[in-house]
Design a protein around this ligand. Structure first.
Ligand code: ZN
Ligand code: ZN
Ligand code: ZN
Length: 366
């Protein structure tokens, strides 16, 4: 994520801020510029020094779940992120608004990266293979978080920290977040759009295996027998071992974790110059959306170790509770090429560069 500040008073801002905590200005996010803009009222609309013309706030601004701006002549009531919502929770039910806010915070961070990467986006109204979200509350039958034909369902209970943490413990997962859910489920959507009917399918099968293996059977086996003993060497998570589709989704989510966190570190000009002989030095002074794979990994290994160490100092669990392995990095390289395919990337060259260019040893905690 980029770093933002108020154009009126200079106060540093978070992506989610609706109002400047220092000068009180109303704020709005301009997706085209990827900037948080200080706003000045102009009749029913808003102006900002960041961009010419007038803007309207997304219709979801009234619920304080969205701060994104839209052009008033776009014909849209909702912003680029909210127009994909098909079902939102019943806001008359106590607790639902609070949980929906958390869901939207994660969803907007997902869309930030989708737009930064220039990935194809369309609503179901625009294209039959467009994207939609249902945010559902379980009433009677359970709600399963998942993806089917461009419809992503999120169980609103995942926004309840205690509930989600209970599920995380039951599933034996080291990491479970709303943002992680969005990054995982959107991967299934983009597999359909960028891999399924394309020349990438053979490369996908070479990296992840044959997805024609029966999916329901594979999941049943995973839940009955667990992951194979050697999964840490071959998969990013235990769940990734269930089926090539899940391996892809887990890897894609990790790619998003990595590039977004590196972008944040780069926005702060983070330099790691540790007092140790271990190879933990890093200068994160590049745009991860433009960098090649070896550069991303070379920065990610020391950064994630440093961030884990900071978290442990605060008595928190690790920021990145995973151990990257060479097998995982090859799969990450596939995702890297897939998301940059439109920008002249070459998958074979990337894989070669990954094999040859890694400066650091991977596959064990540093
Ligand atoms: Zn301000
Ligand atoms: Zn919105
Ligand atoms: Zn999945």
């Amino acid at each position: 994520m980029k770093l933002f500040n108020c154009q009126n008073c200079g106060q540093p801002l978070y992506f989610e801020n609706h109002q400047c905590p220092s000068c009180g200005r109303r704020l709005g996010y301009l997706p085209a510029q990827a900037s948080v803009a200080a706003l000045v009222e102009d009749g029913d609309l808003w102006r900002t020094p960041v961009a010419p013309g007038q803007f309207r706030l997304c219709a979801n601004a009234v619920h304080e779940v969205c701060n994104w701006l839209i052009a008033p002549d776009s014909g849209e009531a909702f912003c680029a992120a909210c127009r994909h919502n098909r079902t939102i929770p019943d806001l008359a039910v106590p607790g639902n608004l609070e949980h929906w806010r958390k869901v939207e915070t994660a969803k907007h961070r997902l869309f930030y990266t989708l737009l930064r990467l220039g990935l194809p986006l369309a609503t179901k109204a625009e294209r039959s293979d467009g994207l939609a979200f249902d945010f559902l509350v379980a009433v009677g039958s359970p709600v399963l978080t998942g993806h089917a034909d461009g419809l992503i369902t999120i169980n609103l209970a995942e926004a309840d920290d205690a509930e989600r943490e209970k599920t995380r413990g039951r599933m034996g997962e080291p990491y479970r977040t709303l943002l992680g859910h969005f990054r995982h489920e959107i991967a299934h959507y983009y597999w359909d759009r960028l891999v399924r009917d394309t020349a990438e399918l053979d490369n996908f099968r070479a990296a992840f295996g044959d997805e024609r293996a029966d999916y329901q059977q594979a999941l049943q086996r995973h839940y009955a027998e667990g992951a194979p003993q050697d999964w840490p060497a071959r998969f990013v998570t235990a769940y990734a071992s269930a089926h090539p589709w899940e391996d892809f989704a887990e890897t894609w989510a990790h790619y998003f974790h990595m590039v977004d966190t590196l972008e944040t570190a780069a926005a702060f000009g983070l330099v790691l110059a540790p007092h140790t002989t271990a190879p933990l030095d890093a200068r994160i002074d590049f745009d991860p959306h433009l960098a090649d794979m070896p550069r991303l990994i070379d920065a990610w290994l020391p950064l994630s170790f440093a961030a884990n160490s900071l978290n442990r100092s605060m008595g928190m669990s690790d920021l990145y509770p995973f151990v990257p392995t060479p097998a995982m990095i090859v799969k990450l390289a596939f995702v890297h090429d897939l998301v940059h395919r439109g920008h002249g990337h070459d998958a074979a060259a990337t894989l070669q560069a990954v094999a040859a260019g890694l400066r650091r040893k991977v596959g064990e905690p540093m």
